[in-house]
Ligand binder design. Structure first.
Ligand SMILES: [Zn+2]
Length: 433
């Protein structure tokens, strides 16, 4: 441990590498001159550090731009193929495992439906490990290039011992991710899926030696929207996940607001009706019991049987578009509940932006947004409401896997591009027998 104020040369070098990698990752391609003016690092430092990063294969040259009167300036960017990321979405009906390159291009994905064991934790862990093996094998990926496996789960994640903590440096994409590596110690409290202190990290560790990161799915989605989607540039924001259930990720002053044990942002279980409808969590009157996709389809009662929740919600929307009065009334009411609940977020957190994401948000958002905005204006205090824009998420249905993949990515950028040590370097192919 280095004493405060006594940074070693190694710390400084790591800090400079991290700063430049982050800038190139989020804003690249950039020339060395642009890097200098953005970061304030000296020309000599920029030259040394970019030289190192080039030698490590972490960045690459990609053309040049003319400069006023001088020599053309060479552009640099992060080398997309140098490392890989895995993102996992433990969804309502399936487990999706996706392999990405560093530029977040999806190279392969495996979708495995939950069988009649549902969210049985052992079953979910098996599906994750099988999907991981499949995407690595199909692409012939060397596990040594995989920075980690990020897993988004339904439920509150109690973070265990961090396998390798991120230091955190200023700038875009910092702060909301550097503390997320839950590693093999992560324990999940998923009340709506029957998970009571499930040691998911340990269960996955039994089958893979890759670095593990586990977090709540709404929070991984939030991180993805903040880094690459509709949240970019905001320092005070709430990203709402609107799916089968409802959740939120609160960003306060650029950092994720976690609370004492990481459960902050359980917005879906705020009460909109005392003594109201029974929620999946067991309590009455939760927002989720009124506007979650599962609740909407159940309340409508006219969805085609056996079609599943997504088909049911699509049928509800189609009926509303066709003018069916019951469908129109239900969606109008959902917009009002969401708007009122967003007004609570506005009054509590004073965000500059609220982003509505999630698969149901993508599907219903364009129809509900005007009603949501109007209700938020009606229910929120006027001054903070005037400071808040309410927008739809811009990332598609893959946002949760992308967000999960940012968990190891964040650690990698913080470290200045250090490849993590695997839990057991001797095990082959990233998977244990
Ligand atoms: Zn609830």
């Amino acid at each position: 441990m280095t004493a405060r104020g006594k940074k070693t040369v190694r710390d400084l070098r790591r800090g400079s590498r991290s700063t430049l990698l982050r800038r190139l990752y989020f804003d690249g391609p950039l020339s060395r001159q642009e890097l200098g003016s953005i970061t304030g690092l000296s020309g000599g430092s920029i030259s040394n550090v970019t030289g190192e990063l080039l030698a490590d294969g972490l960045i690459e040259e990609c053309g040049s731009v003319e400069s006023d009167g001088g020599r053309p300036r060479i552009l640099l960017r992060v080398a997309a193929g140098r490392a890989h990321l895995v993102g996992v979405d433990v969804g309502e009906t399936q487990v999706r495992v996706a392999l990405f390159d560093l530029a977040r291009t999806e190279l392969a994905a495996s979708d495995r439906p939950l069988d009649d064991r549902g969210h049985d934790a052992g079953h979910v862990a098996e599906l994750i490990l099988a999907g991981l093996a499949e995407v690595l094998e199909r692409t012939g990926t060397d596990p040594g290039t995989v920075l980690g496996v990020g897993v988004g789960v339904p439920g509150i994640v109690e973070q265990g011992a961090v396998e390798r903590g991120g230091a955190g440096y200023g700038g875009v994409g910092q702060g909301i991710g550097s503390d997320l590596g839950g590693g093999a110690g992560a324990v999940v409290h998923g009340q709506t899926v029957g998970w009571d202190a499930v040691p998911l990290g340990r269960m996955l560790r039994a089958g893979t030696d890759l670095p593990l990161f586990v977090d709540n799915g709404a929070k991984t989605l939030g991180q993805a929207e903040m880094w690459f989607g509709a949240g970019r540039g905001a320092r005070h924001a709430v990203v709402a996940l609107f799916g089968s259930g409802v959740g939120a990720c609160v960003i306060a002053d650029g950092a994720r607001f976690r609370g004492a044990t990481s459960s902050a942002g359980e917005w879906g279980h705020t009460k909109v009706h005392v003594g109201g409808r029974r929620c999946r969590c067991g309590a009455r009157g939760c927002l989720e019991a009124y506007v979650g996709a599962e609740a909407l389809v159940a309340r409508w009662g006219a969805a085609p049987p056996g079609g599943g929740e997504k088909a049911g919600l699509a049928a509800l929307l189609a009926a509303a578009v066709a003018g069916d009065p019951a469908a129109v009334a239900l969606l109008d009411e959902a917009a009002e509940y969401l708007g009122a609940a967003i007004a609570d977020l506005v009054n509590l957190f004073n965000p500059e932006r609220i982003v509505i994401g999630g698969w149901a948000g993508l599907l219903l958002g364009p129809r509900l947004l005007p009603g949501i905005r109007a209700a938020a204006t009606e229910y929120a205090l006027r001054f903070p409401r005037e400071q808040t824009e309410i927008v739809l998420g811009t990332l598609g249905p893959a946002a949760v896997t992308v967000g999960a993949a940012t968990l190891p990515l964040s650690d990698f950028l913080d470290s200045g591009g250090e490849f993590p040590r695997r839990a057991d370097a001797a095990a082959p192919a990233g998977l244990r027998a």
